[in-house]
Design a protein around this ligand. Structure first.
Ligand code: TXA
Ligand code: MG
Length: 505
């Protein structure tokens, strides 16, 4: 069996982990989900197969009918499935634990069955529960056990072997799972990066949008170094990155309800909100403005770094000012290299364009920069949003000067094939949205998405422009893209790359 096709899984004890432990649960009407169950599972489903293993000694004791247990299980799986969370299988152990139940010892056969039938890699898997036997289950197959202090958790705490990770609740358990399992080796590097941040250094790190160059937001000298390394003017404020939605409260005076709704819906994710700042935020972060931009990125490495640093991280994109944002660690290395204290490598950024910025300083929310969350998605949550035009004397987002995101090669959006003669003998590259019908006349072609998928196009945008830029062409012709969904952010970046405005280096 090819190990790379095996997936890690998480096995959840049902009661006390996903739903409240309320003794013998006979029917769906007795089920109460914990508040964070669905949010937590939605986070984990991206990386793990999810299973439920429920121990029901009530069946052996004749107090519960197997049918009742099955009905409750079906209901739990159904609710989760409506929320977009697929449970691969639900297993029931009907024995009492004192009988030395064979579901658990010596071979936990549910875990082994899941491994066979769903191609689970048990050595990268977890068992989460509030009873010591859940931890034992894990250990018998080389998986990791996590013990929750919910449900029975407090009661059996003393029986617990010392090598089991103990978490206050699911939120903490999930953080630990993500930190230790997705990046086991990288985690050590993340700890080193956090030490650098705590001492006032600067670290480049991946987010889901683009790589950022971060420093402790409460360390003005460290933040000043970011401006220096980027050659960024001090009038252009930074985004403060947090690891928890609640942390935004420490940075701002108040959160209007429409901002709250967007945060609930899109964090962690490519959305930045601009709100009135708290007095204690250093001026250098906000360029002396009374407001601050805040976002919670959706990248496990970024979140771990912020958590381990124990401070909000002020970070712009990790590129020299006025140049393309980096979407790989290699891009950062090429452009900033040894000027930063450490570069965390989390692979290519999945979204590929920067976050959408929405300001809540006026009566109506205002879109300052289109980005990874589309305007349409935002308007379905909070209704009509004002839009800042790109050419403003004084840009609403101070960094949104017309010429930004620019490659070194001239780039045009309004190409007319009739003008080809003007470019006789010159080498011209094409940045196409989809596979072009006739590309013979171009020296080189980059296709953003063969199937015309906007997300794929956004994820490829900056890398594709970089590759064309590296060819020393005389001109890059960019094909316009329909301005719907992420197309708006893509066209915004292309317009800035083509603008005849001053280059703000
Ligand atoms: O996806 C992203 O947002 C990436 C990753 C690293 O998080 N960050 C990013 O940062 O694109 P940066 O600095 O390249 O762009 C931030 C933009 C700038 O145009 C800045 O002017 C604007 O946010 N901004 C920051 N604070 C602001 C404020 N208080 N009011 C208005 N605009 C603000
Ligand atoms: Mg930038």
């Amino acid at each position: 069996m090819n190990a790379s096709t095996l997936r890690p899984a998480i096995f959840f004890d049902r009661d006390g982990t996903l739903i409240e432990d309320r003794g013998y649960i006979r029917s769906p009407s007795d089920v109460i989900f914990y508040e964070d169950t669905i949010a937590v599972l939605q986070k984990l489903k991206k990386y793990f197969l999810l299973f439920i293993v429920t121990n029901q000694p009530g069946i052996a004791r004749g107090i519960l009918q197997p049918k009742e247990v099955e009905e409750v299980n079906r209901y739990v799986a159904e609710i989760l499935s409506h929320a977009g969370v697929m449970i691969s299988a639900v297993y029931i152990c009907p024995h009492t634990r004192d009988e030395g139940c064979e579901c658990i010892k010596p071979n936990p056969h549910f875990l082994l069955k899941a491994a066979r039938e769903f191609r689970v890699d048990l050595s990268r898997s977890f068992v989460v529960g509030d009873h010591p036997h859940d931890a034992e289950l894990a250990r018998n197959v080389g998986a990791k056990g996590i013990y929750l202090l919910t449900g029975h958790g407090q009661k059996h705490f003393d029986e617990l072997p010392s090598d089991v990770f103990v978490a206050k609740g699911m939120g903490e358990a999930v953080d630990w799972i993500i930190r230790t399992s997705l990046y086991p080796k990288e985690f050590e590097v993340i700890l080193r990066a956090a030490e650098i941040i705590k001492k006032g250094g600067i670290v480049a790190f991946p987010t889901e949008t683009v790589y950022g160059l971060g420093a402790d937001a409460f360390h003005p000298l460290a933040v000043a170094r970011i401006f220096e390394v980027k050659r960024r003017p001090f009038f252009d404020p930074l985004i403060a990155h947090v690891a928890n939605p609640a942390d935004v409260r420490k940075l701002v005076k108040e959160i209007p309800s429409s901002a709250k709704r967007l945060i609930e819906r899109f964090w962690p994710g490519p959305l930045t909100v601009v709100l009135l700042k708290e007095e204690n935020i250093p001026d250098i972060v906000t360029a002396g403005l009374p407001s601050i931009a805040v976002r919670m990125p959706d990248h496990p490495m970024a979140l771990s770094l912020i958590k381990e640093s124990k401070c909000p991280i002020a970070a712009p994109s990790a590129n020299p000012f006025g140049y393309l944002s980096p979407t790989t660690a290699e891009h950062v290395r090429e452009q900033l290299g040894d000027q930063v204290d450490l570069i965390l490598d989390g692979g290519p950024c999945p979204v590929g364009v920067e976050s959408t910025i929405v300001s809540f300083l006026e009566n109506k929310p205002r879109l300052l920069r289109p980005g990874g969350v589309s305007l349409e998605e935002i308007e379905t949550i909070i209704g009509k949003v004002e839009i800042s035009p790109i050419e403003e004397d004084r840009p609403f987002a101070p960094g949104m000067l017309p010429r930004h995101y620019a490659p070194r090669t001239p780039i045009v959006l309004d190409w007319n094939e009739k003008n080809r003669d003007l470019y006789k003998g010159k080498s011209i590259g094409l940045l196409a949205f989809q596979e072009p019908k006739n590309n013979l006349k171009f020296h080189s072609v980059e296709v953003l998405s063969k199937k015309g998928d906007m997300r794929e196009a956004a994820a490829n945008l900056f890398s594709a422009i970089r590759r064309l830029d590296a060819l020393n062409l005389d001109l890059i012709v960019a094909e316009p893209i329909p301005e719907i969904g992420l197309g708006r952010a893509i066209m915004d970046r292309l317009r800035r790359a083509t603008s005849k405005g001053e280059q703000n280096q």
